[in-house]
Design a protein around this ligand. Sequence first.
Ligand code: PMP
Length: 360
Amino acid sequence: MSRTPTSRYWSAVVGALTPYVPGEQPRLANLVKLNTNENPYGPSPRVLEALRSEVGDTLRLYPDPNSDRLRAAIAAYHAVSADQVFIGNGSDEVLAHAFLALLKHERPVFFPDITYSFYPVYCGLYGIAHREIPLDDAFQIRVDDYLSPNGGVIFPNPNAPTGRLLALGEIERLLAANRDSVVVLDEAYVDFGGASAVPLVARHPQLLVTRTLSKSHALAGLRVGYAIGQAPLVEALDRVKDSFNSYPLDRFAQAGALASIEDHAYFESICARVVATRTRLVGAMEGLGFEVLPSAANFVFARHPAHDGAALAARLRERSIIVRHFKNPARIAPFLRITVGTDAQCDALLEALQALCGKR
Ligand code: PMP
């Protein structure tokens, strides 16, 4: 096993970490960037206006530590009360706090073997025992595998990087059987084709739903995520937040996110465009011989029976098209995860795939 070099100045914790590796953000012109599930459309014009109006003398003052106006808007949007909303610097921060506040117990936390690769990283950071539960042969979560005693359960719905959605009925079955530990549903991608579990929060004190403005609101650059759960779960997150950083959202993030949450029409229109392009992309890729998993997200997960995943990603890169390939676990090495871009970006991708995989 290769070990990263350590320094004698490092703490033992840091020496033992295996950090998350984010998708690359190359600074090249004319790149077709389909590797990090960003929204191909810009944020609402109202967001840009709100950001501009924050430029001024008030920047000398700390922002509202509790993001109260934004919290009220999110609560109204989801028809919950403000004390059921926690807001953080991207949903990554919300998830990190949830691991420490709600998932660190003697029993292991359960999550799928193929899922968001930040989860095991948080476990490493906070010393949390975990068990990785294999997806079934169709890359789906099998609720029956999650019903034994645990320290908590977490998965994205739809799952990443597969894009597969678990029906709300299955989630209710999990919640009914799992009352003694917290279930975190990471709904980073749910706006692209899933039903949210937020309405279940009223009946399930152990349910925490996390969401982000990075994908469906086209605000990855602003770093805003939030969680919805009953007040005691939110209070646990607040306790961690106020033991770490009391001002996770700056003035721009609060103002921009508020404007975005309030502009429903824009948000719905860009989601609909992404979904329409996804439908077309899936059809065209299947026409080229790809097996594409059913996706409820703003990306597709696909393999070609005659082409190696890593080689295909490298060939696309030579054509300035960047997609994401995961070497591990071996079961997903043949796949590519491709973000749904604009129609023009997807046309460029399809043209390249036609050249690389089409029948000659
Ligand atoms: N959950 C999942 C499943 C994700 O793919 C991502 C994006 N990498 C996140 C959470 C984090 O998103 P953000 O921190 O931008 O809100």
